[in-house]
Design a protein around this ligand. Structure first.
Ligand code: PLP
Length: 394
């Protein structure tokens, strides 16, 4: 059966060029890049080139890039190590209610360790208000962590304004850019970003490898203890093939960003337009303009997100729902609740994230199927029947 993969925010296929670049590092240049003999030189070169490529994309220096095991590790490291290094200066952290759990659960851990965390509200589009953020800054605030773009609703935050506020108050600024890096332009100097998390598998690199950018001068110390790799800040033998694959994917994504971003924005807007026109009682979640090129997030009233996903799966379509259904919980997504949606609407969410192979024909197929799926599910919904009766439609 035809399969249409539209869950690129969850993970992407590792692109062919990245796989090809990785292969020799498994079987030919497999030496430990930290070794002194010349055979290690090729592995070291591969790692260095990736570091340089990633630094170049961010406007950073190569020695400010630290390779990690992915976005979750980078987020944990940034927050826990900042709390550790600056905890004697103050114990207050500012973040938002719509962060990924890699940030929210790390904040909860730090609260148990005696830190106080302010979770900023967002507006109905998912945007943080920089003025509200500035009001939350206190003399004991040591860290602000605001995601670059939200993984569920795609909203891009006003990172430059937030960075300026952090700088003005002398507070460290971390951003979780896992969904944004290599998809939208980022400049760490222009945006006053002190730390930035990213993950290879979100931009057609391999899984289980990521990085943390740490601005020179920031006092972050080691979080994973052991050997002296990564300038003694992140121990563990480097994942050379993974790092080379991620660097290759980042380099290619950066060179294609403008063109591919434009193509994806056009497809995304086409999809949004068709869905909102053809499916009654549908809403777009997040900002229409300030959103990731690949993200379209909807809520359909009188529908259970999970039933929609199962029906889409039967039609060969891989998409995702905002609700935490995979964890067996019936709680709707914390992001959708934070933008003010009532539970019953948040339950009917659908996230479609397009990718480099997505075509207009794919999206036409999806919308055609979706119109029928929503119609069928509503025909079985007592809530919808009540609504129609109340509105004199039946
Ligand atoms: N932060 C955000 C915004 C994400 O979307 C994700 C993954 O979906 C993560 C962090 C975690 O990244 P990883 O899967 O590489 O650990």
């Amino acid at each position: 059966m035809k399969r249409i993969y539209l869950d690129h925010a969850a993970t992407t296929k590792t692109r062919k060029e990245a796989v090809e670049a990785m292969l020799p590092y498994f079987t030919e240049c497999y030496a430990n890049p930290s070794a002194v003999y010349s055979f290690a030189g090729e592995a070291k070169r591969g790692v260095d080139e990736s570091r340089e490529a990633i630094a170049g994309i961010l406007g950073a220096k190569p020695e400010e890039i630290y390779f990690t095991g992915g976005g979750t590790e980078s987020d944990n490291w940034a927050l826990i190590a900042a709390a550790d290094a600056y905890g004697n200066k103050g114990k207050h952290i500012i973040t938002t209610k719509i962060e990924h759990h890699a940030i929210l659960h790390t904040c909860a851990y730090l609260e148990k360790k005696g830190f106080e965390v302010t979770y900023l509200d967002v507006d109905d589009l998912g945007l943080v208000d920089p003025a509200e953020l500035e009001k939350a800054v206190r003399p004991d605030t040591i860290l602000i962590s605001v995601m670059f773009a939200n993984n569920e609703i795609g909203t891009i935050e006003p990172i430059k304004e937030i960075g300026a506020i952090a700088k003005k108050h002398g507070v460290l600024f971390h951003t979780d850019a896992v969904q944004a890096f290599a998809h939208v332009p980022i400049d760490v100097d222009e945006m006053n970003i002190d730390m930035l998390s990213a993950s290879g598998h979100k931009f057609y690199g391999p899984n289980g490898v990521g990085f943390l950018y740490i601005r020179k001068g920031v006092k972050i110390r080691s979080y994973i203890h052991g050997g002296a790799q990564e300038r003694k800040r992140r121990a563990g033998t480097l994942n050379t093939p993974g790092i080379v694959g991620m660097g290759t994917a980042a380099r290619l994504a950066a060179s294609e960003m403008e063109q591919e971003g434009k193509r994806q924005c056009e497809l995304r807007d086409y999809l949004i337009d068709r869905v909102l026109k053809e499916i009654p009682h549908a809403r777009l979640n997040g900002d229409f303009k300030r959103r990731l090129p690949n993200n379209a997030s909807f809520c359909f009233r009188f529908i259970e997100g999970e039933s929609m996903l199962i029906n889409l799966d039967l039609a060969g379509i891989c998409a995702s729902s905002g609700s935490a259904c995979t964890s067996g919980s019936l709680d709707p997504s914390h992001v959708l609740l934070a933008i003010g949606l009532p539970h019953e609407i948040a339950h009917g969410s659908l996230r479609i994230t397009i990718g480099d192979e997505t075509t207009k024909e794919d999206l036409d197929y999806v919308v055609d199927k979706l119109v029928k799926i929503v119609e069928n599910l509503r025909a079985m919904s007592p809530l919808y029947e009540d609504f129609m009766k109340k509105n004199g439609k039946k």
